[in-house]
Design a protein around this ligand. Structure first.
Ligand code: PXP
Length: 245
């Protein structure tokens, strides 16, 4: 049964736009957990453009469900993961110029390096997931690294126009999910999932976890904006009938 891990990076993106204290991804994570999310996902990027090291420390103290840390397979990040001990590490590729994670990890080209990172983390008791494109070659290479899990990149499925092209992308997800499970891997999926395209992915047999961020934070702004404006108007109205001192 697929469960939801909410990616709260975009809460930190808004905060970092003003280098302010709000909105706080830790508070957002609490609301997600209270609302039934099975876990919280964050990506601590090398350039720290949204989530900060202190967010990771605070989330490690406050998340009571499951903390999934997305990170690049670098020595710095391995050291941080070993210190902070998230419940799961998802290895992702990282390019400085990208707007968000673009392709999947190259588990074929970087098999030996990934295997070393997987070993260090899993020997320390932290299960590792590899974010890969849903292709036979990537899934087989992922299994060879010893990683316990893969996260299937759903970007191509999400970007495909509805119709035969999207159906073909969904088929790749179904087929590669089955292959991964036959090879003993637990299967997660994510990237670009929306309210209108998530159902078929949740329906894939054996799907363990869906990591979803952008669309949930976007929708939260829209469904929460009315209350936020009303509360501010109430306070301004209160001020209108008072003297300031
Ligand atoms: N999974 C991975 C590996 C990601 O890098 C991201 C984006 O940070 C997500 C899932 C969530 O993607 P989205 O924000 O499009 O839901």
């Amino acid at each position: 049964m697929a469960r939801l891990c909410v990616n709260v990076d975009h809460v930190a993106t808004v905060r970092q736009a003003r280098r302010a204290r709000e909105p706080d991804p830790v508070e957002a994570a609490k609301i997600c957990e209270k609302s039934g999310a099975a876990g919280i996902t964050i990506h601590l990027r090398e350039d720290r453009r949204h989530i900060q090291h202190s967010d990771l420390e605070r989330l490690r103290e406050t998340v009571t469900t499951f903390l999934n840390l997305e990170m690049a397979a670098t020595d710095e990040m391995v050291r941080i993961a070993l210190e902070q001990r998230p419940d799961q590490v998802t290895l992702v590729p990282e390019n400085r110029e990208e707007i968000t994670t673009e392709g999947g990890l190259d588990a074929i080209g970087q098999e030996a390096a990934i295997r070393r990172v997987v070993e260090r983390l899993q020997e320390a008791g932290i299960p590792v997931s590899l974010f890969v494109d849903p292709t036979r070659e990537q899934i087989e290479a992922s299994a060879r690294t010893g990683a316990r899990l893969v996260e299937l990149h759903t970007g191509r499925y999400c970007n495909a126009p509805e119709g035969p092209e999207r159906d073909q992308e969904l088929k790749s997800l179904v087929v590669e999910s089955a292959r991964a499970q036959e090879l003993g891997l637990i299967v997660n999926a994510g990237h670009g999932l929306h309210y209108d395209n998530v159902v078929p992915v949740a329906a894939i047999g054996g799907m363990n976890e869906l990591n979803i961020g952008h669309t949930i934070i976007s929708r939260a702004i829209m469904v929460g904006l009315e209350l936020a404006v009303r509360e501010m108007i109430d306070l301004i109205d209160e001020g209108n009938s008072l003297s300031p001192l």
